[in-house]
Design a protein around this ligand. Sequence first.
Ligand code: NAP
Length: 288
Amino acid sequence: MGSPCAHSIPDRIQLLQAPRGYNCLQEGTAMTDFTGRVAVVTGASKGIGRAMAQQFAARGAKVALLDIDADAGNAAAQAIRESGGDALFVHADVGDFASMEHAAAQVQQAFGGTDILCCNAGIYPQAFLETMTEEDWDRVHRVNLKGMFFTVKAFLPLLKQSEHGRIILTSSITGPITGYPGWSHYGATKAGMLGFMHSAAIELAKYGITVNAILPGNIATEGLGEIGEEYRRKMEAMIPMKRLGKPEDVAYAALFFASDEANYITGQTLVVDGGQVLPESSLALEDL
Ligand code: NAP
């Protein structure tokens, strides 16, 4: 099997210890530069979506920020442009297919296509089973699950034209791995996203499009902010890394799935949670 560089393994170990800027290892480990590619992020006005847009823009991609919050979205796009990036805010509701088709047309007109699609918009209002209404259930499903489907469906014609098509879903540890009182409807949507992903990854492989999901733990975003200081403090105590995640922590996982280096990975998940799902019980965290 061919080696990416001409050095033997002992040589390469030595090179790992060599000064920075030397040799082919650097070339082998550098992540894709996204210059010339277009990244579309839903729910990009705030939190994780905004961090994804910022990170793709910082690596050269043209980014389209789709959201229902126009003030925050325009401010986020403006901040990217002021940092030298290329960004466009598009007012779009993921739960409305006509709105998403319109957004895809706007992105096509402004940037000429789409290479990377981050289905990130999601809501997580708490509702307990005994009082949860059909409306509560439908509202969460409309945004989180149907919204993901509408986003993929609207942008698929553009992704099919790309040589680097990537779909990246923001799921959650809640649902696929864990549960939390008040989020059964939310957990159902986040687990549902993975069910969608498994079949979508097979269907879209023939176009070279990969479909992968990120499962964030507790990430300090505007959306989580309303949950309160006490929740935050208690949650941090339960995370081996003893802190909530930053939006950028999740965005870096999106960069990886979008990279050329990840071109043979599809239908997979990446947990970004500071080790939160690892302890068998709270005993595992005692004396740490
Ligand atoms: P956030 O700070 O609340 O930001 C989400 C953005 O999406 C907001 O600007 C929101 O607008 C927008 N949005 C809501 N409904 C929309 C719609 N129908 N169409 C388009 N945009 C819409 O959320 P976040 O914490 O960054 O979460 C982003 C994603 O990560 C979600 O899918 C969430 O489930 C997932 N996630 C988050 C965490 C966490 O700890 N934060 C953990 C696991 C997974 P409004 O503010 O006007 O509603």
